[in-house]
Design a protein around this ligand. Structure first.
Ligand SMILES: [Zn+2]
Ligand SMILES: [Zn+2]
Ligand SMILES: [Zn+2]
Length: 161
C-alpha cells in the first residue's frame, strides 16, 4: 500500500538503510517476512522485515527518516476488492459481474455514489446470512469493520511471528 508518496521507494529504502545501520538494525530491511507502514506525512510505506527486526521495530514504534521520527505501525496484508468490496481478492480478479458500492452497498461503483446512506455491504451481508449483529453503518473500508477485523484475526492465525 503506497497511497501518495513524495519520494521514490528506492530513495526511501536507501534512507532507511543508511539511517538504521547506525542503530544496529542493519538487517531490518531485508524484505522477507512482516509488513510495516511508516507514515510519512500523508504517505504510507510498507516495509518488509525479518521477524526479529519486526519485533525490534515494533518496540521502537518510531523510525527516524530524514532526521524526523515517524510512527511505525503494523499493517496487515489483507486484500479488499474495490469493485465488490469482498476480501481476499483484488478488483482485477473480481468474480462479481456487478460492482458494489463501498459507501452505501448499492450496485454501482463507489466513486459514482450519490447516496447519503452509509452501509457496509460485508457486515450487512454477513448479518443477513449468518444471523450476526455486526454494526453495519460504516464504509466498507472502515478499520473498525467487524467483518474486516474477522479477516485480520484469520490472517494472524496464518502468520507465526
Ligand atoms: Zn471483488
Ligand atoms: Zn453508493
Ligand atoms: Zn463492515
Amino acid at each position: 500500500m503506497l497511497t501518495s508518496a513524495p519520494l521514490s521507494t528506492s530513495k526511501l529504502k536507501f534512507d532507511l538503510l543508511s539511517r538504521t545501520n547506525k542503530r544496529n538494525l542493519r538487517h531490518s530491511f531485508t524484505f522477507s517476512a512482516a509488513e510495516f507502514v511508516a507514515e510519512l506525512g500523508t504517505a504510507h510505506w510498507i516495509l518488509e522485515t525479518l521477524s526479529e527486526s519486526f519485533h525490534k521495530l515494533k518496540r521502537l514504534e518510531k523510525l527516524p527518516i530524514h532526521w524526523t521520527m515517524h510512527q511505525v505501525r503494523e499493517c496487515f496484508h489483507i486484500k479488499r476488492c474495490n469493485k465488490c468490496q469482498g476480501f481476499r481478492h483484488l478488483a482485477k480478479d473480481c468474480p462479481s459481474n456487478r460492482p458494489s458500492c463501498g459507501s452505501c452497498a448499492g450496485h454501482h461503483p463507489t466513486r459514482k455514489c450519490r447516496s447519503p446512506q452509509v452501509v457496509c455491504i460485508n457486515c450487512a451481508m454477513h448479518n443477513q446470512f449468518h444471523g450476526t449483529r455486526f454494526p453495519a453503518y460504516h464504509h466498507a473500508s472502515d478499520r473498525g469493520c467487524s467483518y474486516y477485523l474477522g479477516e485480520v484475526a484469520l490472517y494472524k492465525e496464518t502468520r507465526d511471528y
